[in-house]
Design a protein around this ligand. Structure first.
Ligand code: GLU
Ligand code: MG
Length: 436
């Protein structure tokens, strides 16, 4: 029997999972208009397949409409081909649904554009680990560690290119069996589409080599975590870069400065959306090159927001390369939701004409809470519960999202927290490793 080619219509949801339905490929024209049916309560399926309390119950119908601009059609040697399309969830009337993460990002991008007349250029940098292998010792950034997985790295980079992403670099990261893959920047919602595509193709590439990859925030609190670092810059409608000003603080233009200030001000309130798992907070501790304070770093990796170095020399290339990097995210978050939260925080900073604090260069973990406060810094929430409290406590932040969003998010996360409540740290890490 000849297998029937299928296309998987997919959404990256509140749990940061990719879910959807497949349809026969020859129905594509119809599905691009009418989508596949979707159920509101699906948004309350946690990363552990529990269904959290849902305001929708058994009621309601939605459409998941695949976007032909967000497609991955890739064939791995010897394995089944991958063919999926990311899409938007709408009501039956065609309006964006309140809990469609991709639509929330589109709304945040529109707000940024309405407020500041700029468009986002963005690149996601991902770290992941290969499970089940004996750890390759002494190979942080090592050639040997890379060579051990050259076949996987070459397969993955080819798959990314086939899906229309621009492979940039791949390396053996510092942690045990940890790798990092970077793709070139893309504009607007496409950048988050690419982050979803990259995670799925990484898992598939590993599987095609008889391996398993995990993007879990942290596998072992004694070791390093897997970060998702989000690089952002801005262009105006003519495509001219507007992120850099050689006379601005750390080279930031006025827009970038105010955007960065907004992100830092609201970081404690949005971190529940960008680092949304229970174990995310084991990663977000000092001395891990992740993010423990709402500080700005100038080329410093121990900062939640970093002004990145540029390698270019001529002014036009510097202006194009210059970017800021949000480091307090992980792959338990849907890239759409994480980016939407960051953009709203930054846009609020532009709206309120905030100014960024000076970059830090010292070890903030040595400062008392009072000394931190005097300089406008806080230790970021240290548990998911505290992060959720901080999110819900700020009506400015909850106001960036549709009315019912905060309550539904809390209910979703409450079920996730309950699932791991009686587990010790090792079991929790194993549970998250099994889902991300
Ligand atoms: N693994 C670190 C993290 O959890 C990042 C290390 C790096 O700077 O690449 O974010
Ligand atoms: Mg890294």
């Amino acid at each position: 029997m000849t297998p029937m080619p299928l296309i998987f219509a997919a959404t990256s949801d509140l749990a940061g999972k990719v879910r959807g339905k497949a349809f026969p490929a020859d129905q594509l024209d119809k599905r691009l208009k009418r989508g596949v049916g979707w159920t509101p309560t699906n948004v309350q399926i946690t990363c552990f397949d529990r269904i959290a309390e849902s305001p929708f119950g058994a009621l309601g119908d939605l459409l998941l409409i695949p976007d032909p601009e967000a497609v991955a059609d890739v064939c791995f040697d010897g394995g089944p081909s991958e063919h999926f399309m990311l899409g938007d969830i709408t009501t039956l009337e065609g309006d964006p649904w309140d809990f469609c993460m991709r639509s929330l990002l589109k709304a945040a991008l529109k707000r940024l554009h309405d407020q500041a007349g700029v468009n986002l250029i963005c690149a996601f940098e991902h770290e992941f680990q290969l499970k089940a292998l004996p750890a390759i010792d002494n190979e942080g950034y090592g050639r040997g560690g890379f060579q051990a997985q050259r076949a996987l790295c070459e397969t993955l980079m080819a798959a990314l290119a086939q899906a229309g992403l621009e492979p940039d670099s791949i390396m053996k990261e510092y942690g045990p069996n940890q790798y990092e893959v970077v793709v070139g920047p893309a504009q607007g919602v496409r950048a988050a589409d690419e982050a979803v595509i990259l995670r799925e193709l990484t898992r598939s590439a590993a599987r095609s080599q008889g391996q398993a990859a995990t993007f879990t925030p942290i596998r072992d609190p004694e070791s390093v975590g897997n970060g998702v670092h989000i690089h952002m810059s801005f262009v105006n409608d003519a495509g001219t870069p507007v992120t850099y000003d050689k006379n601005g603080p750390c080279g930031m233009s006025q827009i970038t400065d105010a955007f960065a200030a907004g992100v830092l001000k609201y970081l404690p309130n949005i971190i529940a959306l960008t680092a949304p798992s229970v174990i995310s907070y084991a990663r977000l501790t000092p001395h891990r090159w992740s993010a423990a304070y709402n500080n700005l770093g100038f080329r410093d990796r121990e900062a939640s927001l970093r002004v990145c170095p540029v390698t270019a020399r001529d002014p036009a290339s510097i202006a194009r390369q210059f970017n800021i990097e949000y480091r307090a995210a992980d792959a338990a978050a849907s890239p759409y939701l994480a980016l939407a939260a960051i953009l709203h925080a930054g846009t609020q900073g532009i709206e309120d004409a905030l100014k960024s604090p000076d970059p830090t260069e010292e070890d903030l973990s040595l400062l008392s809470p009072e000394a931190l406060q005097a300089r406008g810094f806080v230790r970021l929430p240290e548990t998911l519960e505290a992060a959720l409290d901080a999110f819900e406590a700020d009506s400015t932040v909850t106001g960036w999202f549709p009315g019912p969003f905060a309550a539904v998010y809390r209910a979703h996360k409450t079920a996730e927290i309950a699932h791991v409540a009686d587990m010790d740290t090792a079991m929790r890490c194993a549970a998250y490793e099994g889902t991300y």
